[in-house]
Design a protein around this ligand. Structure first.
Ligand SMILES: N[C@@H](CCC(=O)N[C@@H](CS)C(=O)NCC(=O)O)C(=O)O
Length: 213
């Protein structure tokens, strides 16, 4: 396979995998998808740990590079392809600021969903602990979108893809986008973009070659 081909390793249940996957789908870029079965613990096997020392997905391989952490991958994709990169330097930094905030705050949405959906074996007190932080993160994003279409500048950027990508499973944790009008309108704008799909429709359950458009 050519070194120039983007290869994304991920899982269909993973919001972190959805983020770069959505970027590639919206950009219409061709790439190869390699599925990592989280349920079977493939992410902790030696072959995967050699790619991602944290034993997680996603991983992006490109031109001899191996990149991990979904927001680092979004940063790389924006820099190397030019898609979803804001126009001015100030905006480009601001987009990275949103990604850093996302990793601090919207991660709580992913935690609520993770423990509510995948860990019925542990006390659900943990969900009660993270829920207020998840609600606060969604409220902050909702307020930030008041009177504007996108988080940064006048067009969709990696800030929007990163923040939306990690809140996409909010409903699986009993959290509501619908109850937040600015977030709901922003989600509708994202959903109207060519190539948009929700994770279970977008991320293959098997290895796949994606043609792009
Ligand atoms: N900060 C990381 C988080 C990655 C992450 O939590 N990945 C999850 C799926 S969303 C995973 O691989 N979980 C399996 C495990 O930790 O064993 C990123 O943004 O990429």
């Amino acid at each position: 396979m050519s070194d120039d081909r983007l290869v994304l390793h991920g899982s269909f249940t993973s919001s972190s995998s959805y983020k770069p996957m959505l970027f590639l789908a919206l950009a219409g870029l061709p790439f190869s998808f390699r599925t990592v079965n989280l349920k079977n613990g493939v992410q902790k096997e030696a072959a995967h740990l050699a790619l991602n020392r944290y034993g997680q997905v996603p991983v992006l391989r490109h031109r001899g590079l191996t990149l991990v952490m979904s927001n680092v991958i979004l940063d790389y994709l924006a820099r190397t392809t030019g898609h979803f990169e804001p126009r001015t330097e100030q905006q480009r930094w601001q987009a990275r600021e949103w990604l850093a905030w996302e990793n601090d705050a919207i991660t709580n949405v992913a935690r609520v969903r993770h423990f509510a959906r995948f860990r019925p074996d542990v006390s659900q007190d943990i969900v009660s602990f993270f829920r207020p932080q998840a609600e606060a993160a969604l409220d902050f994003a909702d307020r930030s979108l008041a009177g504007r279409e996108w988080l940064v500048g006048e067009a969709c950027s990696i800030a929007d893809i990163g923040c939306w990508g990690r809140m996409v499973f909010a409903h699986e944790g009993g959290l509501s986008i619908d109850a937040r009008p600015n977030l709901a309108a922003w989600r509708a704008r994202l959903m109207a973009m060519p190539g948009f799909a929700l994770p279970y429709d977008l991320i293959p359950k098997k290895d796949a070659e994606i043609a792009g458009r």
